[in-house]
Unconditional design. Structure first.
Length: 470
């Protein structure tokens, strides 16, 4: 096949409507990503209002649990129900969750809203990823994943700024109110824009197996993450250790149960088999997703309480990671295949370098160094993720490619949920269980990053193995 024959016809894709619908569907990622980063930025203002700092890790963990459940459901419902219906339902769920968060009088109500937000946001993200595999040839997947990264990065940049502005100028509740309007707009627009050809993207898959929903797998996953999160409440060595071990065993059981349900799997066969690019790629994604949670989740609390840095400045620092992710993802998307090995390896070491740098910079309050580490970490994700994702999906058997495409964000969400729960244990053990102050922030600042360095090292090794398989 000649290079011209292999080159995608972007004009034809646009005229067909597939590319336009993909761009529109991907806008759902904007809502999800903006809300995800916004929540971390407003956390200092929120805990001063409704208290419950010991549940900060929970706020992120339950959001990710909801995202995983919705992602699993969307990956199957898109074969049974039109894309329009899926998008409308996801948008409305997201709106409902934002309203509950905006009106929450206490942390339990806020956590309930975050769970609903996760259901809606996770569905929107999963629909975007699945549409890549179902609508487009493999040759342009890196470019499409780069588009997703750009949308994610712009949203993740906007989220902290919206949250910080609302918290400082009006009230943190208005940030969720604005997100609720975004969810409503997405639902209405989906109903109008997608109504003409809502079923085309599933027409070629009409004979796809209509599998049962993996209830027991998702229940086990949710219970496991909650057990890990509970280990961080009222820290007691024996109780906390038992809960943590039980939760980690439960996470392992998730993959055992998933393998026994070939008709409704969340992950491809042998997701951690290091003899295949799928196994090393999935390990890399899981390890780095867990290892990088602490910065976005706890950095605003530490910077504002320990170093007196404003919420707006914290928001800019958090957003810089996302901007770096997006910019480098676009710059590297068209790199020739012969450079992929170097790109993936370099990206893995950049991510690990960011985690290591935070372990010193965040406790020291060195803003320029914190900013540099954020850019380094985000850039590492930006250059490595599109190619690792393509390798995982391309290496999967034809019958598992849809599963593999949706498994990438699912594994990322699972890593974030587990990472948030573990970070909650570390933060509360460091002093946050006694409230927010400069002293408690100082106690937790270093360990929130040092504790994840072994996982960052595993991610580096997995990235090198993945690159080596090219």
């Amino acid at each position: 096949m000649t290079a011209d024959a292999a080159r995608p016809d972007w004009r034809a894709l646009w005229r067909s409507g597939d590319l336009g619908r993909f761009c529109f569907v991907s806008l759902g990622i904007f809502l999800h990503a903006a809300n995800e980063t916004m929540g971390a930025t407003i956390m200092p203002a929120m805990v001063r209002d409704i208290h419950g700092v010991e549940f900060v890790g929970w706020s992120f963990a339950v959001y990710e649990i909801g995202s995983i459940v919705a992602g699993a459901a969307s990956g199957r419902l898109v074969s049974l129900v039109s894309l329009r219906a899926n998008m409308v339902i996801a948008g409305l769920l997201f709106m409902a969750g934002c309203i509950v968060c905006a009106l929450a009088p206490s942390m339990p109500w806020f956590l309930s809203g975050r769970l609903l937000e996760g259901f809606g946001g996770g569905g929107l993200v999963a629909l975007a990823f699945v549409s890549v595999e179902r609508l487009f040839p493999r040759i342009i997947w890196p470019q499409l994943f780069a588009i997703i990264s750009v949308i994610w990065g712009v949203a993740a940049f906007a989220g902290p700024l919206l949250g910080a502005f609302a918290a400082e100028a009006i009230s943190w509740r208005w940030a969720f109110g604005a997100s609720a309007l975004g969810g409503l707009a997405m639902a209405v627009a989906s109903y109008m824009v997608l109504r003409m050809r809502a079923a085309k993207e599933i027409g070629a898959r009409a004979d796809e197996t209509r599998s049962s929903f993996p209830y027991e797998v998702l229940l086990c996953l949710a219970a496991s993450v909650i057990l890990i999160a509970m280990a961080g409440l009222a820290i007691q060595p024996l109780r906390s250790s038992l809960l943590l071990v039980a939760g980690l065993i439960g996470i392992g059981l998730v993959f055992v149960l998933d393998a026994r349900r070939p008709d409704s799997r969340l992950f491809p066969s042998r997701p951690f088999d290091w003899r295949t690019p799928i196994g090393t790629g999935m390990t890399m994604i899981a390890a780095f997703s867990v290892a990088t949670c602490s910065f976005g989740l706890y950095a605003p609390l530490i910077l504002t309480n320990l170093h007196g840095i404003s919420l707006l400045t914290s928001g800019y620092i958090i957003a810089s990671e996302s901007i770096s992710w997006s910019v480098l993802s676009i710059l590297i998307a068209n790199a020739p295949p012969r450079h992929e090995r170097l790109i993936i390896t370099l990206g893995a070491f950049m991510i690990a370098g960011g985690v290591a740098g935070f372990a010193y910079a965040v406790p020291a309050g060195a803003v320029p160094l914190i900013l540099a580490c954020a850019i380094l970490q985000g850039g590492g994700f930006g250059i490595a993720w599109p190619f690792v994702t393509r390798m995982i999906v391309a290496a999967a058997p034809t019958s598992e490619r849809t599963i593999a495409s949706s498994a990438v964000p699912t594994m990322q969400r699972l890593g974030y949920a587990v990472g948030a729960a573990i970070a909650g244990i570390i933060a509360n053990a460091g002093g946050f269980s006694h409230g927010v102050s400069a002293e408690t922030a100082a106690g937790a600042a270093s360990w929130l990053f040092v504790a994840f360095l072994p996982l960052a090292a595993i991610g580096c090794f997995a990235g090198w193995k993945t690159a080596k398989s090219i």
